[in-house]
Structure formats: C-alpha cells, structure tokens
Design a protein. Structure first.
Length: 267
C-alpha cells in the first residue's frame, strides 16, 4: 500500500531539516470507523515525492489491517507521526544484527533503504536474519529482491538470510545464494554464525599488515542486536518485554551468548 502526503504538507516538511523522519520511524494509521490506530513502518521512509510504502498483512484479528485492505485508490487516510522507533547513529556500531519475523522486517527494510544502501555509516557491517512460517508467507518479491541483490553485490557490507518453519522451496526471483530459505527457526547457531561472519571480514591480503604483537589486545567489537517480530520469537531470542512493553532484561539466546541490555533492543 502506498500513501501520499498532501503537497502542502510535504512542502512544509521539506523546508524543515529536522522534521523527525530519521531511521527508524513509524506512523500511526487510524481506523475512522472504530477510532482505533496502530503503528506501521514505511518501508523506504519518506520518499522524495511524498510517498510512503507499506507492507500490511490482513490478519483475522487485525482491525486496522483489515480496514486498510478495504480501501481504494484515492481514499483519504488519517495518519499521525512520525514517531521514532529506534534513534539510529552513524558509525556507533561495528556490527548490527537485525532479526525479524513476519511483518517485523519492515523497520529493517527502512534501515536498509535509508542507511545501508545509501552508504551511510560506512564502518558498520549489517546482517539481517528473517523468519516466516513458510515460503509462501515470506515478504513479497518487491521487498525481498532488493535486499538479496544488494547482499550479493556487497557481501562485505550486508548479509541476508531467510528461515522458514516448513516448506523451504526455492524463490526464483532471488539470487542463487539466497534463493532457498533455511529450514528451521533462527537459533543460537544462526546468531553465532551471523556475528562470526562479521569478525572474519578482514580479507586474506590485509592480514599480513595487521598487528601481530602478542601483548596487544584487540579492541572489543561493538555489536548491536535489533529484534522485531511476534512476541514468542522475541522472547525466545532476546527475552520477553517488560511491563507496558518496556525493554525488560535480555533473555533467551542472546543472554546465553553473553550479550547485555545495551547491546540488544526489542522493536
């Protein structure tokens, strides 16, 4: 779904440098029929022509999602925002590992579009691990193809892996290396592999020129985990939310691996 801001509103935003549209952000969309609103993340941020693109699934119990699926081209929709989900800072981290399930991939597509693919934060390496129940329930080709293609072209910058609980069939629209999702959930081994791949990015021809003094200790790599998806998945990987959806302590797989509260954020 694509929403377009009115021209007068877009003009006012473009004339204000600090307009709040910084990654990662979302907007609230309001169902006028029952006066309920829910947050949604624009996939590519605020585009130059004032457009915002969304991937919105129609769930049986999702009031606003079902309401949006009934809209037609030209309908007006009330939104509120932007609201910052995660305040990104360039080059604050050596490695960022993003783990998502279902529509939880949307904030990471936004981060990919506005930071990773635009060459911001050049000293940071990114990994995205995404999980869905089956191949048919993965995000659409329009969402996955740019991610997989960028990963194939820039392996030193961005790594991308798909996981499914069942029915791991090849996706013909993806590059061969990413075409077939891994069968199984994102587990401790997958997380360890994601982090270790970042540590191994020093190529063979650079190694002879790195320091070899045994007394020198390498500076600790700054690693950040961003987790977004269904609550059971978040709980298993990073521990459940605290009261009123506060962060709560780190638990699950990331606690087992020794990561602390300042290295893990649940979106």
């Amino acid at each position: 779904m694509t929403l377009t801001l009115p021209p007068e509103q877009l003009s006012a935003l473009q004339s204000t440098p600090d307009n709040g549209y910084q990654p990662i952000w979302s907007v609230f969309i309001k169902d006028d029929d029952i006066q309920v609103e829910r947050p949604y993340t624009p996939l590519y941020g605020l585009e130059k022509d004032g457009k915002m693109s969304f991937w919105i699934k129609k769930y049986p119990k999702g009031e606003v999602g079902r309401w949006l699926h009934g809209k037609s081209e030209g309908d007006r929709i009330e939104i509120r925002g932007p609201l910052t989900t995660w305040p990104w800072k360039d080059d604050a981290w050596d490695e960022v590992v993003m783990i998502s399930g279902g529509t939880g991939i949307t904030p990471f597509v936004q981060l990919w579009s506005t930071v990773i693919a635009s060459e911001r934060s050049p000293n940071t390496r990114f990994t995205l691990l995404h999980s869905s129940p089956s191949s048919d329930e993965l995000p659409p080709a329009e969402v996955l193809s740019p991610l997989a293609s960028y990963a194939a072209e820039h392996p030193e910058r961005f790594s991308f892996r798909l996981f499914v609980d069942q029915d791991a069939k090849p996706l013909p629209y993806l590059p061969p290396a990413a075409a077939t999702p891994a069968l199984g959930r994102i587990n401790k081994l997958a997380v360890e592999k994601a982090v270790n791949s970042g540590e191994m990015e020093v190529s063979w021809w650079k190694r002879p020129f790195t320091s070899s003094k045994p007394s020198e200790e390498k500076p600790q790599r700054r690693v950040l985990f961003l987790v977004c998806g269904p609550e059971p998945m978040i709980g298993a990987l990073a521990g459940p939310y605290g009261r009123n959806f506060s962060q709560g302590p780190v638990g699950g797989v990331l606690k087992e691996l020794g990561y602390s509260n300042d290295q893990v954020y649940k979106l």
